[in-house]
Design a protein around this ligand. Sequence first.
Ligand code: ADP
Ligand code: MG
Length: 473
Amino acid sequence: MNYNDDALVQTSAILQEDILDEQQLDQLWSAALGEIEIQVSRPNFVTWFKNSHFVNKKGNTAYVGLPNNFAKEWIENKYSKVVLGALRTLEQSIMKVEFSVAGAKGAPAKMTRTAPRPEERQASFPEFKIDPETGLNPRYSFNSFVVGKSNELAYAAASAIVEEIGKKYNPLFLYGGVGLGKTHLVQAMGNEITARYGGKVRVKYTPAEKFTNDVIWAIKNKRMETIKEKYRLIDVLILDDIQFIAGKHATEEEFFHTFNALHESNKQIIISSDRPPKFMPDLAERLRSRFEGGMIVDISYPDYELRYAVLKTKAQERGLNLTEEVFGQLANKIQRTLRELEGILNKIQFHQRVKHLEITPAVIDEILAEILQEPTRSINPNVVIRAVADSFEISVVDLIGSSRKRELVGPRQIAMFLLRDMLDLSYPNIGDRIGKRDHTTALYAFEKIAEEINRNQVLNQKILTIRELISKE
Ligand code: ADP
Ligand code: MG
């Protein structure tokens, strides 16, 4: 297979001479952002990567421009590994990333091109056209939401609510694993309501993390009144990823009051979560019973047809031409979440536009092989074990120990499953690490979990959450 070598030689030649034009830099950066988006939570992604852009590449160093010092420090400390990883999967000649405040003093002195104004760059990346008033992003619409078996009930509930705000299904509690379309659907509701009722209905979309930050800020600055005003003057409140507030008492308390105030005056409340209320052990009982008084619907894992349809829609949105065979191949291989489909389309687009490769099934195989091996590169068994322990709130010592307590059996089996599935460790090795068991125990655990995932939605989601924890390491 020589397409790759040719392309690499070609690309590194281009990159060494630094003659990537602006459009190519844009493509590279938006492909990298697609990759980064998969790895960091959406609120963080939007907060920190907004207005970022690719300034230049010199030798093996990539220069990334950020709007201010605050973002620069934050990304340097928290996300430099993620950024480098994302760039390297696209362009292996990049070994180092440097961040600068674009246009300010610290910018690389020898920049051969001036950094474009942030607004220009934003245009190529629709993620950031968020309305500051409503928090809504116009890219999410009912139109672009593809309906299949796994989300049809959620879609039906969402459509019904938009027809009669506050009267039907209040609150709506929508749950499902990561990357299955919750944010898309709740945002689409907000956009549809705004389009229909214009300024008459005030919509507010808030990630729960942001709500929490608001409450913390208000407590610190003794400005609780501000919060009350801000959230209670709303007609439709959309709180995304409510699992973030579970167990945070002050935030729950404030949300409870906001919830009641809105609910009593028939304002619509829309909530999303990565799990149903009954599986949120930290959630205050009174909130749980409020949620259970409304409509609870789930979005589950997409089947082949839905994956195929979403791929086609997204490719079309990007003007990306792929053959039916390639769509089929992708829908077959990428099974977990719809968000991953987006990441892979970014990559394909980059290969096609910048590297000028014809996207054949063989090229897709190469891209998939790269993607599918990525997560295992930086993780090790201890990371997996710690993530499982954390997510069940048990200690690592208990998890890998040999106590026969019943509540440890499940977590141990999951740890064994993940060690095999993600790291391909041998069964004797796994047995040795977890509970000092022999290889048959590990083998049994792997097969049991692998089989049960297909039937047990809750288990499946739990494992996806753990995988996400691991991939953030
Ligand atoms: P979640 O909030 O559940 O983690 P998102 O709403 O962020 O997931 O969805 C992840 C990606 O998949 C988004 O880019 C979204 O547009 C896309 N997506 C999810 N479901 C659908 C769907 N039914 N049709 C089209 N795109 C979808
Ligand atoms: Mg979401």
